[in-house]
Design a protein around this ligand. Sequence first.
Ligand SMILES: [Zn+2]
Length: 309
Amino acid sequence: MTSAVFCADIGGSFIKFGISRRSGEIEECGKVPTPVASWDDFVDAMQTLITRYGADLPSSTPLAISTAGLVSPQTGEMLATNIPAFTGHSLAKDLSAALERPVTAANDADCFALAEAHAGNAQHHAVVAAIILGTGVGGGLVINGQLVRGHGGVTGEWGHGAITRTALTLNGESYCIPRLTCGCGQTGCLDMLGGARGMERLHEHFHRQQNTSLEIVTGWLNGDTDASLTVNAWLELVAEPLALLVNILGPSRIVAGGGLASATELIAALDQKVRAGVLHTYTEPLLIPGKFLTGGGLVGASVMGRLGS
Ligand SMILES: [Zn+2]
């Protein structure tokens, strides 16, 4: 019988809190606003949640955290976080000292990967790549059930360094593709064109029209010419670095999360393009939507809290 784990999904607006009594299962208890400005207030909020919902659990009950940003495995410090209270802190180590219990932490893409590998649509697969097609592009990697944290805490981030091409030929016509400055400091990263916001940027570039990614995908499904050009270009741009990721890692399953993953036809079209561009012949779908398109952070935390790393 596995003992309980406290789980928290910490975003820039809210802390979602739950208790897991079995790996991959979570009872959501509640959510409170994230104290973003003060570390002490953040610690108080976590202590209050633990006291309120975990009074019947042993004082040694561990806490596992999913959070936006990157957790460096070398220093435990948060990188690229939108929560100033975390700056200069080793999230897991400092919180463990303050709350007097074991604490583990990973970013939300990593927790999504763990959730899918242990309790979702990539169970029983040895090499699981998780990709996030959200506002931008992210990812995580789980091998033999273990999260691969990588040197410096950065693994599976296929949206950066993957420089998109500057021109594409679609239906015999050549189109120029913009090279945009990325938040990572490089120019031309897939991250700027490969997520939902990127699809909207492409649409504006081609058609001088501002539409949401949902409108563009819906237009594509309905055969709209402008939307189809945008989505076909998006598929080409995203499939290439994803195929490279497949050739390097050899996953037997890739799960997609983030807002665009709920567009099942889009993911199916991307899967076909990726499989057409890789060395190994995959006879079954390789890329599929994840099971935990919402709530993956807490489920992944419930797995991580038991792996203890
Ligand atoms: Zn970048």
